[in-house]
Design a protein around this ligand. Structure first.
Ligand code: SAH
Length: 352
């Protein structure tokens, strides 16, 4: 068993099943949530031995590499999983706290044309404890007496969270548990490329998290060119699901829109975008596209990004441009892992 997958109740059941007193469960759980290895945790030697004998491991992540941006202090992590797989995350510091971007899968099978995470496809889903482990590792790495560590989480790293629904849901429950990290659902955002059935399922959970949809194009024709998921779910179905999310949860939703030069940054697109989200309690987050070598797509220049923003604002929409954080350390989704894997390939090739 990987222990970080377990809630406090489940740890209690495990401890009892190992013929140990129940109070040890809290000690074990607190140690795990603080990012300790089993050896470091303040529990009896016997319990440590029993855990080892039964093959129980922490099941989190270790920091494999860490890059700190000279521009804004953003930290980019490469984490290693117990099976050796590598995933990535980003910690961004703001005035109100620190936001950690977490991965939900090793790789991704959604194949968006502009995204580095999907090159090479899906390797495997992450377990709930491996997603939680990213928060715990970043916390342990950053926690100082005068800092609260990670205060906000965005599920916007590698992977499609709703393609790994059960593990992601369990993660949300684990990370918000008051005996554990106690990060409020209100401080968590989940981003999806638009798995419509799962959006309905999530809406019914009424969790209080913010839902973001990666929209990126305002017509089916254009969206199909860059996002294969739109062949399974058209825009009308997708927008209907977002309306349902707002209605059922009372939460405003966010649309992410990565601006690709001359493709989706035109006046016509701005008008279509407004028609699409008309009447919905929503916010638009414009992202200047980070170019990924393999895709051949180019991001819009700053003046076109600003002009597009103004066109949306003039139609009464609430819009921000996402600040580029850590641009000097491979900012966007999947790019750091990608450059890491490429380097591995190169090393391997030269040694043949
Ligand atoms: N699979 C989820 C979450 C992961 S990606 C989703 O699709 O929403 C987080 C955000 O980064 C998404 O909006 C994604 O479309 C965007 N993104 C991916 N590659 C990008 C790139 N090269 N430049 C800008 N944004 C990118």
């Amino acid at each position: 068993m990987r222990l970080l997958n377990l809630s406090l109740d489940e740890i209690e059941q495990l401890v009892i099943s190992l013929d140990e007193p129940k109070y040890r469960a809290k000690q074990l759980y607190s140690g795990l949530q603080a990012g300790k290895e089993i050896e470091e945790i303040n529990i009896s030697k016997e319990l440590k031995q029993k855990l080892a004998l039964n093959g129980h491991t922490v099941g989190g992540v270790t920091i494999h590499q860490k890059l700190i941006s000279k521009i804004d202090g953003t930290i980019k992590y490469l984490y290693q999983l117990e099976d050796g797989n590598i995933i990535e995350g980003v910690l961004m510091h703001y005035k109100h706290g620190s936001t950690l971007c977490v991965s939900t899968q090793v790789g991704c099978r959604m194949h968006c044309a502009f995204c580095a995470s999907t090159i090479g496809g899906l390797v495997r889903h992450l377990e709930s404890g491996e997603i939680l482990g990213q928060v715990i590792a970043a916390n342990r790495d950053n926690y100082k007496e005068n800092s609260r560590g990670v205060t906000n989480i965005v599920l916007m790293g590698s992977g499609e969270p709703l393609d790994n629904y059960d593990n992601v849901l369990k993660f949300l429950k684990l990370v918000s548990c008051e005996n554990g990290l106690n990060i409020s659902m209100r401080n968590i955002s989940l981003s999806t490329c638009g798995l419509v059935d799962k959006i309905y399922q999530l809406a019914k959970e009424k969790l209080g998290i913010t839902l973001s949809l990666s929209l990126h194009a305002p017509t089916d024709e254009k969206r199909k060119e860059i996002m294969p998921v739109s062949k399974a779910y058209n825009l009308k179905e997708t927008i209907d699901a977002m309306h349902y999310y707002v209605k059922n949860t009372g939460r405003r939703v966010v649309f992410e829109y990565a601006l690709i030069d001359q493709f989706n940054d035109t006046k016509e697109c701005a008008v279509k975008l407004k028609q699409l989200v008309k009447g919905m309690q929503c916010h638009i987050n414009l992202i200047p596209l980070n170019s990924v070598d393999e895709s051949g797509l180019k991001g819009s220049k700053t003046d076109r990004v600003n002009a597009f923003k103004k066109m949306l604002e003039d139609q009464g929409l609430s819009v921000t441009i996402r600040r580029e954080m850590g641009a000097d350390i491979s900012g966007a989704c999947g790019q750091l892992r990608r450059s890491y894997l490429k380097k591995e390939d190169a090393d391997w090739n030269t040694s043949v």
